[in-house]
Design a protein around this ligand. Structure first.
Ligand code: CA
Length: 230
């Protein structure tokens, strides 16, 4: 029934395990790619070329969690299955809260992993994404790409929506123009462009200026507005 071959990224430094997983996936009709460092894996994950990511927590250059964080900060919503030692299940539960979709305790049989892979690929194939981002009274439905403020629907363009999403994922943090450019417009966009300022102005007009703080020399920050009646 699968119309295209699903490409799966395996981020795992142990050859024994990565080749075991890659061989199994290949013989099950998937197209695996192996990255053996967090740096390489994180980079590949952000290309958007993969339908699923299998991520080992113990990597030589960095913790799998920091790779996961980088992937999610870059707004890559690809499902991630974590590979972890059976002794660190607590860490793994934290991983699920930090944007992983499932985990697999080592050692595992390939069939167990395959079942999880199939499970995670299915909702994506249906395009079902029911995640909702909320900051105060502002709400983004990532599935239907609709925005609501105080329960009222706000009409945002695709670009405005992506920009609002980047801000909401990092509420309370300053985002530089360069960060916003790379997240919303793509990393090869002209860094001298003022397109970010233009679109922040659009969002201020639609959502209310009080949501966005200009941090001089640094960028912008989204905060839940506090009521000032004095
Ligand atoms: Ca490892």
């Amino acid at each position: 029934m699968e119309k295209t071959i699903s490409r799966i990224l395996i981020i795992e430094d142990e050859d024994r395990i990565s080749s075991f997983v890659a061989k199994g996936l290949k013989s099950s009709g998937f197209q695996p790619t192996i990255a053996d460092t967090g740096r390489e894996g994180g980079y590949l994950a952000q290309t958007g070329d993969f339908e699923l990511i299998i991520l080992d927590l113990g990597l030589p250059d960095e913790d799998g969690f920091s790779v996961l964080k980088r992937i999610r900060n870059a707004q890559v919503a690809t499902p991630v299955i974590i590979l972890t030692a059976r002794s660190s299940i607590d860490d793994t539960v934290a991983g699920l809260e930090n944007g992983a979709d499932d985990y697999m305790a080592k050692p595992f049989r390939f069939e167990e992993l395959l079942a999880r892979v199939r499970l995670r690929l299915r909702p994506q194939a249906n395009g079902a994404d029911t995640r909702i981002l909320r900051v105060g009274t502002l709400e983004l439905d990532l599935g239907s790409r609709r925005a609501k403020l105080e329960g009222r629907e706000i009409d945002l363009s695709a670009r405005e929506f992506s920009l609002a999403e980047a801000f909401m994922r990092n509420a309370g943090q300053v985002l530089s123009r360069e960060q916003l450019l790379s997240r919303v417009w793509g990393y090869d966009f002209d860094p001298g462009s003022n397109v970010v300022d233009v679109y922040v102005r659009y969002l201020r007009n639609k959502l209310g200026a009080e949501w966005f703080t200009t941090v001089r020399g640094m960028g912008y920050r989204l905060d839940e507005p506090t009521d000032h009646t004095d």
